[in-house]
Design a protein around this ligand. Sequence first.
Ligand code: GUN
Length: 299
Amino acid sequence: MARNIIDGKKVAELLRQQVRDDVREWVGRGNRPPMLQAILIGNDPASGTYVGAKTKACKEVGIESETVTFPDTMSVRELKEAIRTYNNDDSIDGILLQLPLPGHLHPSQVIETIDHRKDVDGFHPMNVGRLAVGQPTFRSCTPAGILELFRYYSVMTKGRHAVVVGASNIVGSPLAIMLSRENDSGKATTTLCHKYTRDLTRHIIQADILIVAVGSPGLITGQMVKEGVVVIDVGINRVSDSSRDKGYRLVGDCDFESVAEKASLITPVPGGVGPMTVAMLMKNTLLAAKKSIYPSDNM
Ligand code: GUN
């Protein structure tokens, strides 16, 4: 692997090993293994692949999991009903609702139904709110995984200028909170760019650390970034490629070749951020089982 490429697969593997050891210790103390309930709606192939990767990782670290697949015609009422059943089931520690949802199921409505103590994705407003005010919480997996990469590669964020492109609830917004907070591992001067940002390049060129989570292949090119920048590319885009068996290949939001030439560190796609998201989900599921964020006697 080239010197400046961040190996997310390797760091995720180390994290999963740590979770596996912790699960073993937890079970060795007489507890049942942690249990994750995954919910998949419809037959989006990418979502199916992600949930498959998550349940595979569960197995590897000793976490039990089950995936329920519902048709994309399901109503909001039916989905909320199913979630309430999982909320009330003491044998389930974590609930993962794979996004995106079909258009008629509004994520914010549904996510609030999930018991915040089982919200291993960290998407519930209770957990996002706690993140914003610096209280212990389930931190959403992709941003938390990015901070782990910074830790592993000794990327200093304190006092540096981080530019986040893309303000989604899953990545950009929680990441900007984490990076900017004084009492988190961030402490960076943080700029959050989104679809209304004027003159994107003017912001990006200033970044010491650039995180792109938009879903637009080739959005960022080498000309737009500063020499020595650390680049985290969260985009996972399928572009057609007849030379591949599957008929497509995965690319990020950066034009990899030109950006990598100027970056001091850069994540590849695939093998960068993706495996970290899965590893952080394992960590959150164990935290849920241990009731580490919300101890039962506080409820
Ligand atoms: N869709 C894209 N990323 C994620 C994620 O981290 N969690 C869930 N539940 N859905 C996603």
